[in-house]
Every structure is written in C-alpha cells, then in structure tokens.
Design a protein around this ligand. Structure first.
Ligand code: BG6
Ligand code: GLC
Length: 457
C-alpha cells in the first residue's frame, strides 16, 4: 500500500517536472539572453541596423538627470499603466493626485484626448488652478519616435491599449489640439512642454533624490527600461557630446525570433490570444498583464494530465484573465489563503492542488524575474564598458505593481543580477510618487531653457 502511494507520488512528481521543465531556465540560458539583449541594443543604436532591431533604443532628448535646482509648480499627466492620473507637482509641496480616472483603452483618438483634457480641467478646477498657465509634463507609457522633447510620434499601442487613429501621429499635438477644442471661460490652459516614457519619468523622479540613478525600470502591466547612453554610441541622433537617455522598449525584445528557443507552448498560446500576437514577446514573459494567463495555461495542461483538480476542470478555468495579480502573487501565501482564492474562483482545490498551484506561480514568476535580470545585466554591463570602469556603481529607479507587490520578484531579480553582472554594484530605488514627478522635472529643465510661445495650448 505504502509502496503504491510512493510510486504514484513519484510518477506525479515526474509528470509535474516534465510540464514545468521548459519554464526553468539554467544560468547558461540567462547568460545567452543577456548576450542577445546586448546584441539587440547595439543593433537598435546603429543608424543602419535600427530599423530591423527588436529593441528600438528610442532617443528621448533627455540629456541630463536632475541636479536638484529644478523649481516651480507643474502639471503632470501620467497615462499608460494600471492607472491614469493628473497631478500637480511642486518642489516645495508634495504631489497631489487626482483620483484615478479610469481607462480609455478602446476609444477613437479624439475621444481619448478629449477625455484626458476633461480630466485635467476637472482637476485644475478642483485645485483652484484654472487661472494659472502651468507647464505640463506628460508621461505617456507607449513607444514613441521622439524628434524632440515635445514631439513624439506613436509607433504602436502596447499593453492592450488600442485607441484608433493615433499610430503615426504626434501625441503632444493630439493633446494640444484637444486642449484647443475644450478651451472654455477663464480657463487659461496649459503648456505641454515635454513628453516622456514612464521609464524616463521614473529615472528622473528617483534621480532627484539620488544622483547615481541613471536607469529607469518598470515591471507592472508592461515592462521596459531606459538608461543614460553615450551620445557617440547613438547612431540615430546627430552629435557626439555628452549622454542621452535611451528608452529601450525592451518589451519587444525577441519579436524578430531571437528568443524563440525559450518560448514555451504556454507562452505561444498566451501570445496568440492577445490583441498583438507576435509582438512584445519579452514583455509577455515578464509583466503583470500576462503572468496570470501563463499560470492558467499551465493549470489547464496539468488538469488535462490529471495532475490537478482530479482531472476535472472547472468551466471557470477556461475563462481568459480569471487569474489576476492576486493569484499570480499567491506563491508566498499560506495554503489556506490560496484555497480561499481558488474557492472564490469556483475552483474546487484540494490541499495538494494548492501546493502545486503555488509551485506553478513560483516557477512563472521566478522565470520573469530572471529574464528581467538578464536584460538589466546587459544594460549595466554596457554602461560599465562605456565608461571604461572595472566596477560600476549605479542606481535603478523602479516602479510598477508587479515589482512593488510581488513578494519575491525584487529579491529574485536582484540575486540573479548580482550573479550575471558581478562587476556592477546596483542599488534599486522605488519610485514613491510615480513617474509624473519625473515628467514635471523634465518640463522644469525645458522651461528654464525657455519655452516658445508656440508651445502654449
Ligand atoms: C506608476 C507610474 O507608478 O507605475 C506610471 O506613475 C507607470 O507612469 C506605472 O506606468 C507602471 O506600473 P503599472 O503596474 O501601473 O503598469
Ligand atoms: C510597454 C510600453 C512601454 C512602457 C512599458 C511599461 O512596454 O511599450 O513604453 O514603458 O510598457 O509601462
């Protein structure tokens, strides 16, 4: 009897390991991902190779991190993650947020930008700011081809956004046009001064408190990084002097097939059910928007193999996106809590199911953190080499719900990074007030240089 049980458990263990094996990456796998990321970075920076690189390495026209002398009150708009926020930022006062105003994912573009302006006006009215012409920094968390700080052509939507009519257009102009359409009464308007990616806003916000912060990282709904690159290496912009912040758009790493060897059956199925199949392949291995779906696909296969739920899948398990972050982060919770979550989802889970469920979550989130570390290792090693240093000390400004809320993501990321980039001493700094403060800082520097009247409205 005992032997039969032991044999059954051993067979079950083997079957579980077989399902999870493709998701378990070796150190060699990660070293290879790091090397591939480095190759794609070089291709993205090269004038001739940029068009075919999966990592776009987009110039941001941000040449300096903050120096602490930035002053004034600014409006900041933050669109693109879980939340959409308008806030007023002043260096003498704490940022004030407006309530989260909901998503406008699938609007047509005039409605999307009209909605944004309505929210700004509403906020200004509530804050008694209508009669002031405040400069505005706009965090727009999507890939844009910038031709200046205040001209940014949207390359594509990501993270499930799909507002029509925007791709190829200058997002700053769309916002200014909407502001003109909505101008009413004594409302003095706003001055859209700078548009930045959320990675850049995060780096700048953290850079205000720590001058060593020269990298921005987001691990939330999506994932991406930016860092300060030497101008002489940026083949896509004229000039050789100083540095420029590069928005890597690393979420698209692998879209040219270079990561095909690590994609599993589960990743392929998840990718195929998104609104942008074949795109943002690295992001779909790492960020919060997709991890729950990867977990669900694994559970479906395990149920089919009778390793879970006694082989009887609840119809709920067939529902896309039932696993939100709260299940994705359940790996540290005690089994009774996992069981409660499962019951809420009408999944009749036994004690053994909960144990297995936790292992699945751990495997998926560990892989995500390790891949993120491999990407970051390529960045810090490149910065170290750029500067001819034996040892680099650098701070990464980080934001994003997955990084902030997941119980082990940050530890796994940091441990793997230490291993892959041993000559870099990397400190992680959480962005406290979001990236809006960073966008306002960029606007502040721009205003110090003098904003042209054309930038009004
Ligand atoms: C916020 C930043 O704190 O984090 C945003 O202000 C950013 O700019 C966001 O996009 C990323 O996290 P998430 O989890 O909302 O995608
Ligand atoms: C997506 C966007 C990118 C953004 C990231 C994190 O990858 O394309 O611009 O920085 O999500 O929000």
């Amino acid at each position: 009897m005992v032997t039969a049980v032991a044999l059954r458990l051993a067979a079950q263990r083997r079957a579980v390991d077989e399902v999870l094996a493709p998701l378990r990456l070796s150190r060699d796998d990660l070293v290879k991902v790091q090397a591939l990321m480095r190759e794609e970075m070089e291709r993205g920076l090269g004038k001739e190779t940029n068009a075919s690189a999966s990592v776009r390495m987009l110039p941001t026209y941000v040449n300096h991190t903050p120096d602490g002398t930035e002053k004034g009150d600014f409006l900041a708009l933050d669109l693109g993650g879980t939340n959409f926020r308008v806030l007023v930022v002043g260096w003498e006062r704490s940022p004030q947020h407006c309530p989260t105003l909901g998503h406008a994912h699938h609007a047509h573009y005039p409605q999307l930008f009209d909605h944004i302006i309505d929210c700004i006006i509403d906020f200004q009215t509530k804050q008694n700011l209508v009669t002031q012409m405040l400069p505005l920094g706009f965090t727009f968390s999507f890939p844009c081809q910038q031709v200046g700080l205040d001209k940014a052509l949207l390359l594509t939507w990501t993270k499930g956004f799909s507002a029509s009519g925007c791709v190829g257009q200058d997002v700053v102009q769309l916002l200014r046009d909407a502001a003109k359409r909505k101008r009413v009464g004594n409302h003095l308007g706003m001055q859209v001064v700078a548009l930045v990616n959320d990675t850049v806003g995060t780096m700048m916000a953290c850079g205000y408190d720590d001058p060593k912060c020269e990298i921005g990282l987001i691990v939330g709904t999506g994932t991406n990084a930016c860092y300060m690159e030497e101008m002489k290496n940026v083949g896509t912009v004229e000039g050789d002097q100083g540095r420029m912040c590069i928005n890597m758009e690393w979420g698209a790493f692998g879209d040219n097939g270079c990561l095909d060897h690590i994609f599993t059956h589960f990743d392929t199925v998840v990718d195929e059910t998104t609104i942008n199949p074949g795109k943002q392949r690295f992001e779909k291995l790492i960020s919060g928007m997709y991890l729950g779906e990867i977990v669900r696909q694994i559970l479906l296969v395990m149920t089919e193999k009778e390793l879970l739920f006694q082989g009887k899948p609840s119809p709920k398990l067939q529902t896309k996106d039932i696993f939100k972050t709260k299940v994705g982060v359940s790996e540290h919770q005690v089994r009774s809590q996992i069981r409660t979550i499962m019951n809420e989802l009408e999944l009749d889970a036994s004690f053994e199911d909960c144990v297995l469920m936790r292992e699945v979550c751990q495997t998926v989130s560990l892989r995500a953190a390790q891949l993120c570390a491999a990407g970051l290792a390529a960045v810090v090693e490149k910065m170290r080499e750029n500067r001819g240093l034996d040892q680099l000390s650098v701070t990464v400004g980080v934001d994003g719900t997955l990084y902030k809320l997941h119980p082990c993501f940050s530890t796994n990321l940091q441990t793997t990074l230490k291993d892959l980039a041993p000559n870099c001493n990397v400190t992680f700094m959480l962005s406290e007030d979001g990236s809006g403060k960073g966008a306002a800082l960029v606007a502040a520097v721009q205003c110090r240089k003098g904003c042209s009247p054309l930038q009004m409205w």
